[in-house]
Design a protein around this ligand. Structure first.
Ligand code: TRP
Length: 458
């Protein structure tokens, strides 16, 4: 773990970096979001496109982010300013830093509301509310919760407070425990759920839904969503990975490290999907395209049907909350690090102030599920709109900037120096992808996908 006092201390080992970055990457994006967007986009075709986006765009951009962070050795905004000035570039390129910090806060505002649902489910599970429940009952329990703004505000506030607590008093120690102990537990519990789904769910229906490539179901919108989610799930485009990269030991291999993180992240998402869909298909009352509620109404059916459901169910939502927690920290960290570095405020004040802003904005997401549910712009509620703006517009945009900056403007010999642990084939493949594939691919998917979402499809 890096020390708070010294910006230039590095993580004790490569594994600490892997755990911290995995803690950031693995979160609600894997367990909550991936299954539901795969469901909304018809399954297999979406999954294949998503895997391509991770491998061909996400991984190269992640390598670039880690490299920029390690080269800059400061908060993402300052690192970017330094590196772009060094490269003799226009001030416009600094936007990679500050735009990212703002996007992080925007995402956290709704991320925290969803994490609040997970928190609310812990006492619900522990008191046995789901024991013996069928799909209809779990649906009612979930909808009752959404309809109650007070309850949502309460749990949203608890989650923001938890995040502020860790960030204000030191990301390092708390994060280490979370990453080292709780993440592996989450993984084990997901495997338990997978076994349950295998035993009691319609496993083959779930499997073919997720993994059979049904080309007809592929839409332009789905492709854009897959790309945006690849950035979201790997924590790219915000400076989070850059901030952690600043602490990475100089001699560690960035390529191998990133490959491990991406592999973990993808595994968790796929296992979550395989735990959820067999249950969905075994119950007529559940809908694969149910959207954001999917995790919260289908898995409780499984827990309700297990002998030890009270225990496993509570444990599961505790671990989901922890996974969300270690991600939330990395969403606010770039903005906090920058404020604490530059504005003459200390870390504590910066965290409180930014945390308050995030909390306030989060209220709009809370109300978009009840009081304001009918207020829609372009067919989207506030939550839908914020999710759309961040995941499908802003994250790909900063990803595009990073690819162009590192591929075309950043001195190739500096990049080569940072990546000298890699074999020359891997280096060439990376450089080629970042230069020639990522920018046009991201730009095309964004333009065509946005046109289809906003203009053609309405
Ligand atoms: N990757 C996390 C998840 O999948 C969310 C997250 C954390 C994130 N930090 C980020 C998303 C930075 C985008 C950018 O839940």
């Amino acid at each position: 773990m890096p020390s708070e006092q010294n910006n230039f201390l590095t993580w004790r080992s490569r594994w600490t970096f892997i755990l911290a970055a995995t803690g950031s990457a693995v979160g609600l994006g894997n367990i909550w979001k991936f299954p539901y967007i795969a469901g909304e986009n018809g399954g297999g075709a979406f999954v294949v496109v998503y895997l391509f986006c991770i491998a061909l765009v996400g991984v190269p951009v992640m390598v670039a982010e880690v490299m920029l962070g390690r080269r800059g050795r400061k908060s993402p905004i300052s690192s970017m300013r330094r590196l772009t000035t060094e490269a003799g570039l226009h001030g416009f390129w600094n936007s990679i830093g500050w735009l990212g910090a703002i996007i992080g806060l925007l995402i956290l505002s709704f991320y925290s509301v969803i994490a609040g649902w997970s928190l609310a489910y812990i006492p619900e599970m522990a008191t046995g509310a789901f024991q013996g429940a069928n799909a209809q009952t779990t649906k009612t329990i979930f909808e009752t919760m959404l309809a109650d703004p007070d309850r949502l505000v309460f749990w949203h506030s608890v989650f923001v407070a938890m995040t502020i607590f860790v960030v204000a008093f030191g990301v390092t120690r708390g994060l280490g425990v979370a990453a080292r102990v709780l993440m592996p537990s989450l993984f084990v519990l997901l495997i338990v759920l997978l076994l349950f789904a295998y035993r009691y769910g319609d496993f083959s229906a779930g499997f073919s839904f997720l993994f059979s490539f049904d080309y007809e179901r592929l839409t332009l919108r789905g492709v854009l969503e897959a790309l945006g989610h690849a950035f979201f799930t790997l924590s790219l485009g915000v400076g989070a990975i850059m901030a952690y990269g600043a602490y990475m030991p100089a001699e560690a291999s960035i390529g191998k490290t990133v490959a491990i993180i991406a592999l973990f992240d993808t595994l968790v998402a796929l296992i979550a999907g395989m735990a959820i869909f067999p249950i969905v298909f075994a119950h007529g009352a559940l809908d694969a395209a149910a959207g954001p509620s999917l995790l919260f109404i289908s898995l409780p059916v499984a827990f309700g049907g297990m002998q030890a459901g009270v225990l496993f169910g509570s444990l599961f939502f505790i671990l989901v909350t922890v996974a969300a927690w270690s991600s939330a920290i990395s969403l606010i960290e770039p903005a906090v690090a920058w404020m604490a570095e530059h504005k003459g405020v200390n870390r504590f004040t910066a965290t409180l102030f930014l945390g308050f802003l995030v909390w306030l904005l989060g209220l709009a997401t809370v109300f978009s599920f009840n009081d304001w549910a009918e207020h829609k712009v372009l067919g989207m509620t506030f939550f839908d709109g914020l999710d759309f703006l961040t995941s499908r517009v802003l994250l790909p945009l900063t990803g595009l900037f990073i690819a162009i900056f590192v591929g075309w403007y950043f001195a190739a010999e500096h990049a080569r120096e940072e990546l000298n642990g890699e074999q020359s084939v891997i280096w060439s493949v990376w450089f080629y992808l970042l230069r020639y594939l990522c920018p046009p691919a991201i730009a095309t998917v964004m333009i065509v996908g946005l046109y289809d979402s906003l203009v053609a499809g309405g």
